[in-house]
Design a protein around this ligand. Structure first.
Ligand SMILES: C[S@@+](CC[C@H](N)C(=O)[O-])C[C@H]1O[C@@H](n2cnc3c(N)ncnc32)[C@H](O)[C@@H]1O
Length: 368
């Protein structure tokens, strides 16, 4: 049943209190409440138990009968866009950092202790993430870069602002992101209008390679995208075709230290309610498919970085409820997204972020 919460006619802080009270009456508790803290603790304990149970699993998925070398590059993209990325832009604006609109982990430090001790803003931590990636990817500043799954243009913004000679092509199938980026490209004050950014609307797959450009890029990147990939072998083959001889490829995505079989079947996970077709691959899997590449580096980034990013997003979302939904809104919609942030936080928190985190990989095209 849809339940409306009305908070019209109050000052800001009393309105927030009223929202909290009314949502609590519907069983929806926000960040800062003891009820949500207890719920997140229980979820975290559940995931920690599962992680400990599976931490000795072999890295290879073959033993589990799971293949990352068949089927399309990504699956369920239409459903994924509908249920997630094509939410209205105000939804994402309510919680993402203001400058980059990055929809991926921000970087606060190497260890859980550093993450907890960090005093930087979300905006700065997103910038630090891009700087870390630029360093690891060995960006010189004169490359033609292809960024797969460009979101709202977060990496593009960083690169175009930082390097005056770089050129970036971004690709995304999300109508909301495409419209947002097209608006930015029309704004003369925005770096995306510099003529050094090209947008491709669509999916990254074998059919789009000619439009993207064969042998046309010195660097191909993805940030927060390979969680949507089913066929890593085909993905890397497609990437190889877009690179110039000797070109590099850098990827950042969520990984686990060992495979958790039940989280590798999108039909069975709660998170696939938010990300149809989404999976968390073990850290070692990507490097099983690098026949066309020389691996030049791989890193595991502590998961407390994502926990803290999500916690910041969660608080911003909750504090912005009235700006986002107006004076009358649906408690079930709030419950849906409130659960999303809690669930995601709870997978990164166990074992001080040492089991679920993000991996970085740098590859160089062989044979050149
Ligand atoms: C978690 S967001 C990350 C966005 C951006 N890279 C960032 O860090 O801000 C995942 C991105 O992958 C894109 N994506 C999902 N399926 C895709 C597909 N089949 N082809 C290309 N991009 C896809 C989404 O539209 C979205 O832009």
């Amino acid at each position: 049943m849809i339940t409306a919460v009305n908070c019209e006619g109050n000052g800001l802080s009393s309105a927030m209190q009223e929202i909290n009270d009314r949502l609590a009456q519907q069983g929806v508790f926000g960040p800062g409440s003891p009820e949500l803290a207890l719920y997140e603790q229980r979820l975290t304990r559940f995931f920690e138990r599962e992680f400990r149970r599976h931490q000795g699993n072999p890295q290879s998925l073959d033993a589990l009968g799971i293949s990352t070398a068949d089927g399309p590059v990504m699956e369920d993209t239409g459903e994924l866009m509908e249920s997630h990325y094509d939410e209205r832009p105000e939804f994402f604006a309510a919680f993402l950092d203001r400058h980059y609109r990055a929809y991926s982990m921000a970087w606060y430090g190497d260890s859980a202790d550093e993450v907890h001790a960090s005093t930087v803003t979300l905006e700065q931590a997103q910038r630090d993430k891009f700087a870390l990636i630029a360093g690891r990817a060995g960006i010189q500043g004169d490359e033609r870069v292809l960024n797969i799954g460009c979101g709202f243009g977060s990496l593009e913004t960083f690169l175009l602002e930082e390097y005056p000679d770089i050129q970036v092509t971004g690709i995304t199938p999300s109508k909301v992101q495409i419209e947002f980026l097209q608006q930015r490209m029309r704004d003369p004050a925005d770096v995306m209008s510099s003529g050094r950014f090209r947008l491709i609307a669509g999916e990254f797959d074998p059919q789009s390679l000619e439009q993207i450009g064969l042998a046309s890029y010195e660097l191909v990147t993805s940030i927060g995208v390979i969680e949507h990939v089913r066929n890593m072998k085909l993905l890397l083959e497609c990437i190889a075709q877009t690179l110039v001889p000797g070109g590099r490829s850098f990827h950042h995505f969520i990984t686990s230290q060992a495979p958790i079989p039940q989280f590798l079947d999108p039909a069975k996970t709660r998170i696939s309610l938010y990300f149809p077709g989404g999976r968390v691959w073990p850290h070692g899997e990507f490097l099983q498919h690098t026949e066309r590449f020389e691996p030049e580096g791989s890193w595991f980034v502590n998961g407390m970085n994502y926990w803290r990013t999500l916690d910041e997003w969660h608080q911003r979302y909750w504090n912005g409820l009235t700006s986002l939904y107006g004076p009358v809104f649906d408690a079930q919609v709030v419950a849906h997204w409130n659960e999303y942030f809690s669930l995601c936080k709870a997978v990164f928190a166990p074992m001080d972020g040492s089991f679920y985190g993000n991996s970085h990989y740098l590859l160089r095209l062989r044979g050149s």
